[in-house]
Design a protein around this ligand. Structure first.
Ligand code: GLY
Length: 400
């Protein structure tokens, strides 16, 4: 594609990419990731034998492996990792493990109580369908999209994120929700039913209008009045403060709007992705290794925890962005992040119960999952590795 539009002057980005980048040893990294994931499979199976309602690994809690039920927003990432290992190796054993793990969360296709449908079902069944064309995976994706669509409100023009904390918000929409649009776009692509596409576009446009600040960072939670469609307030849940830039939220924005461009060809989304990528990469508080603190405005920087998951999401998004825009700086920044994650943030072989990356932060604001491995960091790290091998190949085998 390679269009030459760029709205961002990546001045300080040179700091991030200045150090000479070595080509990552992909074969070795994938071999090591596969060994860690095999260990995780063993540990997961053992934990499931004690409680079969738990399906997927999420994190370590005081060193103990924490598994979640299929309703948890993270349940699709481990199946997705297994699909990525199958994609890389082409080996049948990864495929059969991926199928087993994916099957365990199928009932979520009817769960209308959350917006996290895309995270759960696209990372698992979406990758399954992309790699195998399995008609059952297609049917599950379609049902999941139908269920997610019930959370769309026409007046506000957005999909409701959470049903909890009803005392705090009327109709909360979080920036993370952008990732769920991939499922809706895919549903239109594979069925020809444009209703899902229209909802996704409405949600992306409303989010673009209301979630961003003049400096191109984004709020975490925007609360809507569904009678008037107007914004009630803009706040945070996982960030340091309402006006701070929660790092993973910024990364979700870059990833989400880049993905929206993939399906729509609307350059407004590309411009938004670039602007927020510029905010992240040019920020004075971004450490030299390219792995952000958990919040760009965390009060005790540099004595704050990092969020490797935000770095992995950003790296994966930047590889896709590079596929659309002829600015090498994006893939160079992604390469620098991946080099840092690979060299300094990976668990030693056989450690961390089989997680690949250490040092992510789930919610420092709630003092929860601080400086721990998180399954979604591993998922986006593997995705970024695959994308780094060949951006064009990856995006062309997605849905476009
Ligand atoms: N989507 C939830 C999170 O990023 O923590």
């Amino acid at each position: 594609m390679g269009i030459k539009i760029s709205v961002v002057i990546l001045s300080c980005l040179s700091v991030v990419v200045a150090s000479a980048q070595q080509k990552l040893p992909y074969k070795k990294i994938f071999r090591q990731a596969a060994a860690q994931t095999s260990l995780m499979l063993e540990n997961t199976e053992r934990a499931r034998a004690a409680d079969s309602t738990l399906v997927s690994p999420r994190t370590l809690d005081k060193g103990k492996l924490k598994l979640v039920a299929s309703r948890d927003w993270t349940s699709g990432f481990f199946p997705g990792e297994l699909w990525y290992l199958y994609e890389y190796t082409g080996k049948k054993q990864w495929k059969s493990r991926a199928i087993s793990a994916t099957t365990l969360i199928e009932k979520e296709k009817y769960n209308a109580g959350t917006h996290d449908m895309g995270f759960k079902m696209y990372c698992s069944f979406g990758n399954s369908y992309r790699l195998t064309n399995d008609p059952h995976a297609k049917e599950v994706l379609m049902q999941s999209a139908r269920t997610l669509a019930t959370r769309f409100n026409k007046t506000a023009g957005v999909i409701r994120s959470w049903d909890h904390n009803r005392d705090k918000w009327d109709y909360p929409v979080i920036i993370d929700n952008m990732l769920n649009l991939e499922l809706l776009f895919a549903a239109t692509k594979i069925s020809g039913d444009s209703s899902f596409y229209k909802i996704a576009v409405a949600h992306a446009n409303t989010t673009m209008k209301n979630h961003f600040r003049p400096d191109n960072s984004c709020y975490h939670v925007v609360d809507y009045d569904t009678v008037t469609g107007k914004v009630i307030k803009k706040t945070t849940h996982q960030g340091y403060s309402n006006e701070s830039a929660w790092s993973r939220g910024q990364a979700w924005a870059v990833y989400g709007f880049t993905m929206c461009y993939r399906f729509t060809g609307d350059t407004a989304y590309l411009v938004q992705a670039e602007k927020t990528a510029g905010f992240m990469l040019d920020h004075v508080n971004l450490p030299a290794d390219g792995v952000p603190y958990w919040d760009y405005n965390a009060p005790l920087i540099p004595n704050e925890e990092r969020d490797a998951s935000a770095a992995a999401v950003l790296a994966s998004a930047l590889y896709e962005l590079q596929g659309y825009i002829s600015i090498k700086a994006y893939s160079m920044a992604a390469g620098k992040i991946m080099e840092s994650l690979t060299t300094h943030y990976r668990a030693a072989a056989g450690d961390a119960k089989g997680f690949i990356l250490l040092h992510s932060t789930g919610s420092k604001a709630a003092n929860s999952e601080v400086d721990v491995p998180l399954v979604y960091a591993d998922y986006y790290y593997l995705e970024a590795l695959l994308r780094s091998k060949s951006v064009k190949k990856y995006t062309s085998t997605s849905w476009k």
